[in-house]
Design a protein. Structure first.
Length: 496
């Protein structure tokens, strides 16, 4: 019996000694479990990388934000790190001991954004606050920085102080923006808001500037901006914008008696005749029937000299309408169904000239009517090629028109050698102005008009490749072997 007790005591002693030796030798292993949460909302964060120093096993949190390192941590002190892109790396200290071999911790992480600094307050640079007498195309400029090198986006707040119209333009990536077609004689307020998409928006102070009164320049022309035709004015030294870049407006015609500007504009997908003040304000649609025919950029209209009426075409018909948009009447219709494209009205109001063509733009005629639309005679017909232009001189005895003397006809309506001709009603003659003025080979001259005193011809010239820049030239009829460039990147000139 004593032998049995001795054996049991001996066996238990060996077990105790063995366990004691494991602790002493440092071979015991601990377990670490835990979870990672977003501090602000307590939501779990998945795929957080968990590592220890000294290094042991690397693990990642599951979709519930939990992790565990099972039975691999030796006794001792550890620093546990939790890291995830876009968040601030967190650390916790733990101790694995013979008495604490299972440790549980919780990480609460914050985003990197919480350490991000906001942008500096935007500084408005130009125009200077309370600037006056500015042109109606103004470039706004400002500056702001971000210490964290974050990409900054800006919002412009732009207020018309006369109408209280407020415009907000967001997501500006540059520190400049051009504001065009501003109202003449108007004060504007502007402010910039900077955003780094992390911190609260930062507001600049508000500046004001005032646009000068309209200088009412005598030259009006068309230029392309944002893909649209827009009407500009110039004194040949400075250019100002008359119609908004957001609209498509073309074929300007000023009337000195009415002190207004007329032009064509796309309205509800159709071409209509409009008038406005010389500053582009107080716009009014005049035409009742849309202006239709072959190619909208080939269409024209005419303003009676006293400003009381217009004539304009729609397919094979010519209409007369009062300048306030009332009293529209049809005064002429082509006998062959051809479209009317161009029209002109003599200063004394007794003659109307029109060009007609088929639906491809060819088989053109130039027809002269009286003021009531009665046929007087035809001065051009029977020649192939494009025909355009039309403008009476101040006496009504001469008429400008254009003709492509190459007589090219194709589906593109390409013109190869279009020249300006002057028809003289007194002797029924046609004079080639372009030929005399040494027109460059491979070019076309289009849209000619007389100067107010009829001593000059002003027109558009461009390459016949159909895609090159258009420019405005002038020919002095007293020295008609010279052509002078007067406006670059311009077309459809009007000079009153």
């Amino acid at each position: 019996m004593k032998s049995i007790y001795f054996l049991i005591i001996t066996f238990l002693s060996l077990i105790f000694i063995s366990c004691s030796e494991d602790v002493i030798d440092g071979n015991a292993k601990g377990t670490l479990t835990g979870s990672v949460r977003l501090e602000a909302t307590n939501e779990p964060l998945a795929n957080v990388k968990i590592t220890t120093t000294p290094a042991t096993t690397t693990v990642f949190t599951d979709e519930k934000g939990n992790f565990e390192i099972l039975g691999t941590l030796p006794l001792g002190d550890f620093s546990v790190r939790a890291e995830l892109k876009g968040y601030v790396t967190e650390y916790q200290a733990i101790t694995i001991s013979e008495y604490e071999q299972k440790v549980q911790i919780v990480f609460e992480m914050i985003t990197d954004e919480s350490l991000n600094s906001p942008p500096t307050v935007p500084v408005l640079i130009a125009p200077k606050n309370l600037s006056t007498n500015l042109v109606n195309n103004v470039e706004l400029e400002w500056d702001a920085t971000d210490i964290d090198k974050d990409e900054l986006l800006y919002k412009l707040i732009f207020i018309n102080n006369k109408t209280n119209n407020r415009v907000e333009i967001p997501n500006i990536k540059t520190k400049k923006i051009a504001m065009t077609h501003l109202d003449f004689g108007t004060t504007y307020t502007w402010q910039i808001i900077a955003s780094d998409s992390i911190n609260a928006d930062v507001y600049s102070e508000a500046f004001q500037f005032t646009v000068r009164q309209n200088p009412e320049y005598r030259y009006h022309f068309v230029s392309k901006g944002l893909g649209n035709y827009n009407i500009m004015a110039t004194n040949l030294d400075e250019v100002i914008t008359i119609t908004p870049l957001s609209n498509t407006t073309w074929r300007p015609r000023k009337n000195n008696t009415a002190n207004k500007l007329a032009y064509l504009q796309t309205y509800n997908g159709q071409t209509h005749l409009f008038t406005s003040g010389l500053d582009g304000q107080n716009e009014k649609k005049i035409s009742q029937t849309p202006i239709n025919g072959f190619k909208s950029d080939q269409l024209s209209y005419a303003w009676k000299t006293d400003g009381s009426q217009f004539i304009y075409p729609s397919f094979d018909k010519l209409y007369k309408i009062n300048s306030d948009g009332t009293g529209q009447t049809q005064i002429y219709q082509t006998a062959d169904g051809h479209f009317i494209s161009r029209c002109a009205w003599s200063n004394d109001g007794t003659k109307i000239a029109i060009t007609t063509n088929n639906l491809n733009g060819y088989k053109a005629k130039i027809i002269i009517l009286d003021a009531n639309g009665n046929l007087l005679h035809t001065i051009f017909q029977g020649k192939a090629g494009a025909v355009g232009g039309l403008d009476f001189d101040s006496t009504g005895t001469k008429l400008l028109y254009t003709h492509d003397v190459s007589e090219n006809e194709d589906w593109q309506y390409r013109q190869l050698d279009t020249r300006i001709f002057m028809y003289d009603f007194t002797n029924n003659t046609h004079k080639d102005i372009s030929f005399i003025s040494l027109k460059p080979m491979g070019s076309v001259d289009i849209d000619p008009i007389f100067s107010p005193n009829s001593s000059e011809i002003i027109f558009t010239s461009t390459s016949n490749d159909m895609i090159s820049q258009k420019n405005i030239y002038k020919i002095n009829l007293n020295d008609d072997d010279v052509r002078d460039l007067i406006i670059s990147n311009a077309e459809m000139i009007d000079y009153k």
